[in-house]
Design a protein around this ligand. Structure first.
Ligand SMILES: [Fe+2]
Length: 224
């Protein structure tokens, strides 16, 4: 069942224009993580609950995980272990949404009341708390989940941390999360979506320049 999540990132609509070796590598890393999950029943249960409750959000997590793998593969300082951690953390980044009341789970943030938005902004904390109960959880995974909405300009949540106070792997997942959202909402080829993405001043201010560069490099030499 969880294997079905992989369908999202193999869709050509989301990967066309990426460097072929990165598509291959990204898929391989994600598939390895799904294999790892088979021997981690508590993590697997969370993911299945998430998929049953919020199927669109579950697909989004899988797409985010794929792009987190692709971006990290292009980051100079990242080891194989780092890529695995980022991919795994990204696969659970929104798991805290399971703790949100039913009526706000599927609302867009712009349609939420002040109170609903306040609660929504706690989902990284809820996610960290849920994962902390899983056996074998590591601190990097917890920090990725807890900080995946922190932005380098300090305008993120839940703590409004600035640049170097944000865990570097969480910065990568924040970028992958937003780029995946752009891909899902803009019905255009990924290379076009990338252009919109980098032309948006907010994105330049919110994300780590090294991570943005790595995302750009993922598409290099494929422009037509
Ligand atoms: Fe989130």
């Amino acid at each position: 069942m969880v294997k079905n999540l992989t369908v999202k990132f193999v869709e050509e609509a989301y990967t066309i224009g990426l460097q072929p070796h990165l598509i291959k590598e990204g898929k391989k890393i994600c598939e390895n993580q799904y294999q790892v999950l088979q021997s981690r029943p508590d993590f697997l249960k969370l993911l299945i609950d998430f998929q049953n409750t919020l199927p669109d959000a579950a697909s989004h997590q899988a797409l985010t995980s794929f792009f987190a793998a692709v971006i990290t593969s292009n980051v100079e300082w990242a080891s194989k272990r780092t890529v695995e951690l980022v991919t795994f953390g990204a696969l659970f980044h929104d798991i805290g949404k399971l703790k949100l009341p039913h009526e706000i789970r599927n609302l867009k943030t712009e349609d939420m009341t002040k109170e609903q938005l306040k609660l929504y902004k706690q989902h990284p904390l809820f996610g960290m708390e849920m994962l902390s109960r899983c056996s074998g959880i590591t601190e990097p995974i917890l920090q990725i989940v807890y900080q995946h909405h922190e932005y380098v300009n300090g305008e993120g949540f839940p703590n409004g941390l600035k640049s170097n106070r944000i865990y570097p792997l969480a910065q990568i997942v924040a970028l992958a999360d937003e780029f995946a959202k752009f891909l899902e909402t803009h019905k255009e080829p990924p290379i076009k979506v990338l252009e919109h993405f980098v032309m948006n001043r907010n994105n330049i201010l919110r994300f780590d320049p090294t991570a943005v560069k790595s995302l750009l490099l993922s598409f290099q030499n494929r422009r037509k």
